[in-house]
Ligand binder design. Structure first.
Ligand code: FAD
Ligand code: A2P
Length: 273
């Protein structure tokens, strides 16, 4: 793949505005990879937000998709965590990027998974399946998260252990991180589970919350609207089911314009729901 024209013999990408250079690529499984790119000087975003990124399509026009920024707002570069959809218009190509290649990044961050969309509380639950961990990879690295909450709990569920690895490695590195370590120590709890491969903790997030298993395992009281806040990021099916669970604990859905006890974002569109 050429550095300037990744997909075709179409117009070189650097003639477009919004081109950024890939600095690092890590492949986690045959379906998952992460990468870092240069950050536009002018880009300001709140940890947890998403932007549109992409490549030039075969027709020479930008082929863009929504991506959560996985790096925190203070980072000099931008990090993304991505699925590889075999016939996906963007990711069938994007999965082949290498350092030095360029991608398109529209610098207009938006999204509901931001601290400002929640009322103050004691505990913040980050609930993710699959690539839904991406916005939380940003928020767990933001000191403001720990300034606002006494405890932060990350529940991440995937079918298999290997799919948890990006989040696990990141979260396990935080206590020793020179920038964020002091904020994280004693405050961040991590509860990864698998559903289709045997591992230390098993089961769907919905089931582990409804049964009370996660509260018992972590030594926490059950969720309540007085103390607990939640952010949800997964498939449409997960989001719908988890909303019902959270409402059952008395939490209400919030938004940037009306902060409440929980917020939700899709980690992808599809599955006919
Ligand atoms: P598409 O045509 O976009 O998708 C084809 C099919 O692949 C979809 O119908 C769906 O069934 C499946 N699919 C797409 N994305 C995923 C996924 N992430 N996990 C599981 N199945 C999927 N994707 C990321 O990988 N990382 C992110 O941080 C991310 N953030 C997003 C934030 C928002 C708000 C939204 C709406 C989507 C986000 N996505 C993210 C999905 C992303 O926009 C694209 O759908 C994805 O990159 C695949 O693009 P594609 O063109 O290859 O295939
Ligand atoms: P399961 O293996 O029991 O379906 P997927 O790859 O299909 O997006 O799923 C990612 C993870 O999310 C899997 O562990 C899956 O569990 C879980 N999951 C999928 N749908 C739901 C849902 N509606 N409620 C809770 N967990 C879900």
């Amino acid at each position: 793949m050429s550095a300037v024209s990744p997909m075709t013999d179409a117009k070189p990408i650097q003639t477009l505005p919004d081109a950024q250079t890939v600095t690092e690529v890590t492949h986690w499984t045959d379906r998952l990879f992460s990468f870092r790119v240069t950050r536009p000087r002018s880009l300001r975003f709140r940890s947890g937000e998403f932007v549109m990124i992409g490549l030039l399509g075969d027709n020479g026009k930008p082929l863009l998709r929504a991506y959560s920024i996985a790096s925190p707002s203070w980072d000099e570069e931008l990090e993304f965590y991505s699925i590889k959809v075999p016939d996906g218009p963007l990711t069938s190509k994007l999965q082949h990027i290498r350092p030095g290649d360029q991608i398109i990044l529209r610098p207009k961050p938006v999204g509901t998974l931001v601290l400002d969309a929640l009322l103050p509380g004691k505990r913040l639950w980050m609930l993710a399946t699959g690539t839904g961990i991406a916005p939380f990879a940003s928020l767990v690295r933001d000191p403001e998260t720990y300034e606002r909450y006494e405890q932060v709990i990350v529940m991440h569920t995937c079918r298999e252990t290997a799919e948890l690895e990006y989040g696990r490695k990141l979260i396990e590195s935080l206590p020793d991180d020179p920038l964020i370590g002091e904020f994280v120590k004693g405050k961040l709890l991590y509860y990864p589970t698998t559903t289709r491969e045997t591992s230390g903790h098993m089961g769907r997030i919905t089931d582990n919350l409804s049964s009370g298993k996660v509260f018992a395992d972590l030594g926490l009281p059950a969720m309540s609207a007085e103390t607990d806040r939640a952010m949800v990021c997964g498939s449409m099916a997960l989001n719908i089911d988890l909303k019902a669970v959270l409402e059952g604990f008395g939490l209400r859905e919030g938004a940037n314009s009306e902060p409440r006890e929980y917020v939700v974002e899709k980690s992808f569109v599809g599955d006919g729901i």
